[in-house]
Write a protein that binds this ligand. Structure first.
Ligand SMILES: [Zn+2]
Length: 215
């Protein structure tokens, strides 16, 4: 798709939003005009197929969102501005009661960790992926014989668990976790299936959320 074509399609969407969606939800948008009180901070990948408000059936004002390649939270000591600032704001200004870190299937960053040649010539991506290297090491150490598919699933889960630990290294999070003011959950979104897998906080095992079958 060319640039003009892409822009035209997006502008069509803006027109439709203004003509149909906004008028139907006017009250909600006016309520949100000058304040937000999100129910969670949602940290996920920049991947275009991951749409948190869609798969959780939430809307404007519900999530304070941080997105970046690989849904990474650099440890506080590394002080990476954007993510650290978002975390601090969510904790100390918005006082969100919950943080969800959500990875996903077919993640380019996870594949890059398994196959560093995939990110050859991408120095910024390589540098950023450093914050996910622990999950890669864990795969090499414990699952070097696993199938490719299994490795990708496991590295995606391990990365979410590692990012939860990184998140806890932020002082604003640490104090609120200790006092029980904020809960942290790790999820993996399966794009092709539309399913969500949540980490058990004790065992770190991932189980399907809302496992009622649609049929
Ligand atoms: Zn991704």
């Amino acid at each position: 798709m060319k640039s003009q074509e892409a822009l035209a399609r997006i502008v069509e969407g803006v027109k439709k939003f203004q003509a149909e969606v906004y008028p139907a939800e006017r009250e909600m948008f006016e309520r949100l005009r000058s304040r937000q009180q999100p129910m969670a901070m949602f940290i996920t990948c920049a991947d275009s197929r991951v749409v948190p408000n869609l798969f959780t059936q939430t809307g404007p004002g519900d999530f304070f969102v941080e997105r970046n390649p690989g849904n990474l939270v650099p440890p506080y000591s590394d002080f990476v501005g954007g993510v650290s600032g978002g975390v601090e704001y969510a904790m100390l200004v918005l006082n969100v009661p919950l943080v969800i870190i959500c990875g996903h299937t077919d993640c380019g960053v996870m594949k890059g960790l398994l196959h560093p040649d995939h990110v050859h010539g991408l120095p910024a991506v390589q540098e950023w992926m450093r914050h996910a290297s622990e999950a890669g090491h864990r795969i090499m150490r414990d699952h070097s014989d696993a199938t490719e598919e299994e490795k990708l699933r496991l590295i995606t889960e391990y990365n979410v668990l590692a990012q939860i630990e990184n998140l806890k290294s932020h002082p604003s999070v640490h104090s609120r976790v200790t006092s029980g003011e904020v809960g942290i959950r790790g999820w993996v979104y399966d794009i092709g299936e539309g399913s969500i897998w949540a980490a058990d906080p004790e065992s770190g095992r991932f189980n399907k959320v809302g496992a009622t079958k649609p049929e």
